[in-house]
Design a protein around this ligand. Structure first.
Ligand SMILES: NC(=O)c1ccc[n+]([C@@H]2O[C@H](COP(=O)([O-])OP(=O)(O)OC[C@H]3O[C@@H](n4cnc5c(N)ncnc54)[C@H](O)[C@@H]3O)[C@@H](O)[C@H]2O)c1
Length: 308
């Protein structure tokens, strides 16, 4: 039975990666410091280490567990925190990732799958959907750090032979996303509408994002680990734009709260429109999104409704 180590496995996306690995018969080890994740997301069939990716414990855990595959999702995920505290972000997201890459090389890991971003890499693109050749023009330290890790991955691949795939996600949504975070508009609005609170949209709500459902993202992680492609960064998205206003309407169709949106001033520098071309994922991984936005929103609302 292959063994997988998942950093950030107590978080939103990481816990879905763990679910899928367990379903496919992998032995799973989770490393998470529970800074933004939750103990209740941890499946008791997985072995859990509460540890920071920057700590010396990482070497000990890799020596003891000898994982075949590593899925590296642990990260500080706040764009605004990265703007306020770029050194904190770089420490967690660049040095923390180097710690994982070093451990992978030292312990002969077969492949590392890294959770990167597409949404925060390409800036405010002139042409959409953006493919992977689009110029990298991040507008926040979080995006710079993710791209920096991709450069390190490429170095470890070329010089140390570490196999990897970097997955550049668009806006991921679905069950277990933190509804109290700054990002994750589907979770935030769903929770508010179910509680009969008024959600606020920054700006006119016509800004678009590419929303990809979390189980599709988990499947991309598994395909990336098991496939033969290596040494490459790949968009994981739908290629479709959905506006924030449309998200509200779709949620309201399921929740029927009767609540109207409130508009706040737009955020300066916010990307106006984005979607990512995911044809490379199809070619290299045989991956395509399966859950469309209407079905994904329904499943997400069902999850938050059950939680109420
Ligand atoms: N959610 C999205 O739309 C999105 C988009 C692009 C990329 N990503 C990336 O996907 C990954 C997972 O994001 P998520 O949305 O599930 O966020 P999340 O906050 O739910 O998950 C991150 C997990 O990492 C853990 N963690 C954070 N710092 C750690 C550290 N120093 N040591 C050990 N554990 C630590 C947290 O406790 C949490 O469980 C991240 O790398 C994020 O940058 C997410």
């Amino acid at each position: 039975m292959p063994k997988a180590l998942v950093t950030g496995g107590a978080g939103f996306i990481g816990s879905h990666v763990v679910d899928l690995l367990l379903e496919k018969g992998y032995e799973v080890v989770i490393v998470d410091n529970i800074s933004s994740g939750s103990i209740k997301n941890i499946d008791n069939r997985a072995k859990f280490y509460q540890a920071d990716i920057l700590s010396d414990a990482i070497g000990t855990i890799f020596s003891a567990e000898k994982p075949d595959y590593v899925f590296h999702l642990a990260s500080q995920i706040s764009v605004s925190k990265s703007l306020r505290e770029p050194m904190y972000d770089a420490n967690m997201n660049i040095l923390g990732s180097i710690s994982i890459m070093e451990a992978c090389v030292k312990h002969g890991v077969k492949k590392l799958v890294f959770s990167s971003t597409g949404g925060a890499l390409y800036g405010d693109p002139k042409r959409i959907p953006c493919d992977e050749k689009t110029e990298i023009l991040p507008l926040c330290p979080y995006g710079v750090a993710k791209f920096c890790v991709e450069q390190y991955l490429s170095y470890y691949y070329r010089v140390h032979g570490l196999n990897y795939i970097s997955l550049r996600y668009s806006n991921v949504y679905g069950p277990r996303q933190n509804p109290f975070g700054e990002a994750g508009v589907v979770a935030i609005f769903a929770k508010k509408l179910l509680k009969k609170e008024i959600p606020t949209i920054n700006g006119d709500g016509a800004q678009t994002r590419d929303f990809v459902y979390v189980s599709d993202v988990a499947r991309a992680n598994l395909l990336a680990a098991e496939g033969s492609a290596s040494g490459v960064s790949i968009n994981i998205a739908t290629g479709k734009e959905t506006s924030v206003n449309e998200i509200f309407e779709k949620l309201e169709k399921n929740i029927k709260s009767g609540i109207k949106l409130k508009h706040a001033p737009g955020i300066k520098g916010e990307v106006r429109r984005i979607s990512l071309d995911c044809s490379l994922a199809n070619r290299l991984l045989g991956w395509k999104p399966k859950v469309d936005i209407d079905e994904g929103i329904k499943r997400t609302v069902d999850f938050f409704r059950e939680e109420e």
